[in-house]
Design a protein around this ligand. Structure first.
Ligand code: ADP
Ligand code: MN
Ligand code: MN
Ligand code: MN
Length: 359
């Protein structure tokens, strides 16, 4: 349940209490289903702040999250949390921190659901290309009965049209969540670049980027964590279902914008075109890692391309890959892969792009 307003006011009294030389560190990880989980621990305050390598490895019971191998040889198995990125905590403020971690097994191998490890390797191998990503995270806000906010209990809202970038009652809902999340991201140092109301009522988007290399996945996962935490306070659920409402309603995606250094300078279009040719040859490999249930979304309607056909075009929102009109006009810039679903893992999406374009 959402904390009541009076709870929030009372909690605020404790916000500024002296922590007597200790800080709270919230360790965050990604579970088997692509949800974030987290738990807290106390650490000694360090004047110069913590770097990932200064932070202790921690652990959790992997069988409680579906992340243990499940060979039944043991009742429970610890999974280890290795810190990879540190951010200021916008909820606890002061010197308290959020710690993004990777999941590892006791035998020193990455956990099955640790997609960051491979992603970080390929980013390191091709860092001379200076790969930039910008991801557009679409999502839907649901009440505790899984109904999108503002939708009538029975029946449907008026057809799509007034909602996209809408302003005013009856057009958008839960803007407070969007605003609080935006501020929380800025405080934490997440490279959020914007936000807008989406085409389906109760659907919103925020963009993170441009980020270079592994920073893309790290910042998007932290933005997802922050949104879940903010929405929790408002009693709202965040859905990243790529087709939350069947019928004539837009789905939700994770459009992935990409450029390498050579694409961003004069003559860059030939590098963009070469990348698109490579992507065409590996369409199915990409679809395989671009999210669950994406076949319900990629129908060729509602501003999507069809799941079984690779297409591209300038300023074409009905294609798999779109070259923004401005990039086409200048002859360099970036391209947008419109295929990833809203529930895709950014580590898997950015890894697939790097593998296809550079490996
Ligand atoms: P759309 O018109 O598809 O809705 P948005 O404005 O929502 O586009 O998102 C565009 C994204 O592209 C942003 O995240 C932005 O940071 C990113 N972006 C801009 N320039 C580049 C670039 N050169 N390389 C990679 N990403 C970029
Ligand atoms: Mn967008
Ligand atoms: Mn959008
Ligand atoms: Mn887009």
């Amino acid at each position: 349940m959402a904390a009541s307003t009076s709870n929030q006011v009372i909690l605020k009294k404790y916000q500024d209490l002296d922590q007597k030389g200790s800080i709270m560190a919230e360790y965050i990880w990604i579970d088997a289903e692509g949800n974030v989980r987290s738990k807290s621990r106390t650490l000694a305050l360090k004047k110069e702040g913590y770097q990932p390598q200064d932070l202790p490895v921690w652990n959790f019971d992997g069988s409680s999250t579906g992340q243990a191998p499940g060979d039944n040889s043991v009742d429970f198995e610890d999974v280890y949390l290795r810190p990879v990125a540190v951010f200021p905590d916008p909820f606890r403020l002061h010197d308290n921190i959020l710690v993004l971690t990777e999941c590892w097994m006791s035998d020193g191998t990455p956990n099955k659901f640790n997609y960051r490890h491979e992603c970080a390797k390929i980013m390191e191998a091709h860092k001379d290309k200076k790969p930039w990503f910008g991801l557009e995270q679409e999502y839907t806000l649901l009440d505790l009965n899984d109904r999108p906010f503002g939708w009538p209990q029975a029946g449907f809202p008026a057809p799509q049209g007034p909602y996209y970038c809408g302003v005013g009652a009856g057009k958008v809902v839960q803007r407070d969540i969007v605003e609080a999340h935006y501020k929380a991201c800025l405080y934490a140092g997440v490279k959020i670049s914007g936000t807008n109301a989406e085409v389906m009522p109760a659907q919103w988007e925020y963009q993170v980027g441009p980020c270079e290399g592994i920073e893309m996945g790290d910042h998007l996962w932290l933005a997802r964590f922050l949104l879940s935490r903010v929405a929790e306070e408002f009693g709202a659920k965040v859905s990243v279902d790529p087709k939350p409402m069947p019928g004539d309603w837009n789905g939700a995606g994770l459009h992935s914008n990409f450029s390498s250094e050579e694409m961003r300078v004069e003559g860059g279009m030939k590098h963009i075109e070469a990348a698109i040719k490579k992507l065409e040859g590996r369409h199915l490999e990409h679809i395989a890692v671009y999210g669950e249930g994406n076949e319900k979304r990629l129908t060729g309607r509602h501003e999507t391309g069809s799941i079984d056909k690779f297409t591209y075009g300038v300023a074409d929102r009905g294609s798999s890959i779109r070259i923004p009109r401005e990039s086409a006009a200048k002859g360099y810039g970036y391209f947008e892969d419109r295929r990833p679903a809203s529930n895709a893992d950014p580590y898997r999406v950015t890894l697939a792009l790097m593998e296809t374009i550079f490996a």
